[in-house]
Design a protein around this ligand. Structure first.
Ligand code: SAM
Length: 165
C-alpha cells in the first residue's frame, strides 16, 4: 500500500480570509492502509458532502488480501463504520470558508476533508460481501481513496435504556 506522504495532492488555492498553519508539527504515527475504496466519484466536485446509505450508489471496499481473515464476522452487521484517508486534502488550514458559504470557521468545527489528519468516516449500509470485497452504500469519497479501518456501527453496541417504571 502507498505511503500517505508519497501521494501527490493538489495545493488548493485559499479562499478569502482562510488561515494556514505556519509551522508543521512532526508526524507522530504511522498508518497502514488496509485497502482501497472504489466509488463512482472521479473528482472531488462529484462527491456528495456526506454519503447516503439508503439512496447512494453501490461502492466497492476492497480489502488488501493480507487482512482477509480480519473480515470474519462483518456480514453479521447491516451497517459498518468505515474510516478512510482523504488523500487529496491539504492539511494546513486552521480556519476555512466551507464550500458555498461566506463565513470563516475553525477546522475542528467542520467535517471538511481539509484537516491536520484528513480522516473521513462514514456509516455505510453493507449490501453484501464478495470475498475480500464489501459492497456498500453511503460513501462520499473519491474513487481510489485509501481505507484505514472497518468497525461495526457503534449503534449496535449502544446500551439500551432501562424501561421506565
Ligand atoms: N463523511 C466524511 C466525514 O464526515 O468525516 C467526509 C466528509 S467530507 C465533507 C466529504 C468531501 O470530501 C467530499 O464531498 C469531497 O469534496 C471530499 N473528498 C472525498 N474524497 C476525498 C479524498 N480522497 N481526498 C480529498 N478530499 C476528498
Amino acid at each position: 500500500m502507498q505511503d500517505p506522504d508519497q501521494i501527490p495532492h493538489p495545493r488548493d488555492s485559499l479562499r478569502a480570509g482562510e488561515t494556514t498553519l505556519q509551522d508543521n508539527a512532526p508526524i507522530s504515527a504511522g498508518l497502514r492502509f488496509i485497502g482501497v475504496i472504489h466509488t463512482p466519484f472521479a473528482q472531488r466536485g462529484d462527491c456528495p458532502r456526506q454519503g447516503d446509505r439508503e439512496g447512494g450508489p453501490e461502492c466497492r471496499v476492497e480489502l488488501d488480501p493480507r487482512y482477509g481473515p480480519a473480515l470474519d464476522g462483518v456480514d453479521r452487521f447491516d451497517t459498518l463504520e468505515l474510516l478512510y484517508w482523504l488523500h487529496q486534502a491539504r492539511r494546513d488550514l486552521l480556519t476555512q470558508s466551507p464550500r458555498g458559504r461566506d463565513d470563516l470557521r475553525g477546522t475542528f468545527s467542520l467535517r471538511s476533508p481539509v484537516r491536520p489528519n484528513p480522516i473521513g468516516t462514514s456509516i455505510v449500509r453493507l449490501l453484501r460481501r464478495e470475498g475480500n470485497v464489501l459492497i456498500v452504500r453511503g460513501l462520499d469519497c473519491l474513487d481510489g481513496t485509501p481505507l484505514l479501518d472497518i468497525k461495526p456501527d457503534r449503534c449496535s453496541y449502544t446500551v439500551q435504556a432501562a424501561p421506565k417504571a
